[in-house]
Design a protein around this ligand. Structure first.
Ligand SMILES: [Zn+2]
Length: 250
């Protein structure tokens, strides 16, 4: 792990928090669904073809999800997110506090030390790929305008494969699992607040988390956005991910 910190000397990172971030088991990593129009991502097998959801621990459930098939390719918008030093510089200009962090599998890995713009991550200290942090930073303005103040997550980077042996975008730090949001002062869990099967997730009458997913989808920035509508493994969280660029570690 490198020690370089931006934009200022960081508070002492909580070892426990860092360990938790490093060990967290995200879900859907690999590469299932991508719903944005015309996005060239690998399609996951429908949940109904996978049999009943496992009755194991939440971690096992998360690890069981994922990708079947090839890795997705970046959508036009995520493909424009810079990598390497250019990404660090962009994140720095956006006012995000972070520390460069070398981890196996991550291109331009960082440890987040503060807010992503006007939206907070909880836990704050999160190991993630710079490009994914930048994507979340870009999304934060739109989320803030909706009334979202915080994204609560189970982790971003987790170096592992799925139970099926497929590659996981969490292993590249390019995915995050959001299980709750703080919206207009109220904490809303995905498992309770997301209503499945709505014909319109974007309408004013739709629940807040449904509208959040609608807004994120419309940004066409995330190559994977998996919701409780997609399969039982995601009944309690949103999996957001961007695809790696050619040449990124695999
Ligand atoms: Zn995930």
């Amino acid at each position: 792990m490198r020690s370089q910190v931006f934009p200022q000397s960081p508070p002492l990172a909580s070892c426990a928090a860092l360990l938790a971030a490093a060990l967290s088991l995200g879900c859907g990593a690999g590469a299932p669904v991508g719903k944005s129009p015309a996005q060239p991502v690998a399609q996951a097998a429908p949940a109904r073809d996978r049999g009943p959801a496992p009755k194991a621990s939440p971690e096992r459930v998360l690890a069981a999800v994922e990708v079947r098939g090839r890795r997705p390719r970046a959508l036009s918008r995520s493909a424009r997110l810079p990598s390497g030093r250019a990404c660090f510089d962009r994140l720095l200009r956006r006012g995000v506090a972070f520390r460069q962090t070398d981890k196996t599998g991550i291109e331009a890995g960082i440890t987040l030390l503060g807010r992503l713009g006007s939206v907070a991550l909880e836990p704050t200290i999160t190991v993630i790929a710079c490009r994914m942090a930048l994507a979340l930073r870009l999304a934060s303005r739109r989320l803030r305008r909706m009334g979202v103040r915080e994204l609560q997550h189970w982790g971003a980077y987790a170096f592992r494969k799925t139970l099926t042996g497929a590659e996981s975008l969490h292993a590249s730090g390019l995915a995050i699992d959001v299980h709750a949001i703080v919206y207009r002062g109220q904490r809303i869990e995905v498992k309770h607040g997301y209503v499945r099967g709505l014909s319109d997730n974007c309408g004013r009458s739709a629940p807040a988390i449904n509208r959040v997913t609608c807004r994120l989808r419309r940004m066409q920035l995330f190559d994977q956005l998996i919701t409780p509508d997609d399969d039982l493994n995601h009944r309690n969280h949103l999996h957001l991910a961007i695809a790696p660029l050619d040449g990124d570690p695999r």
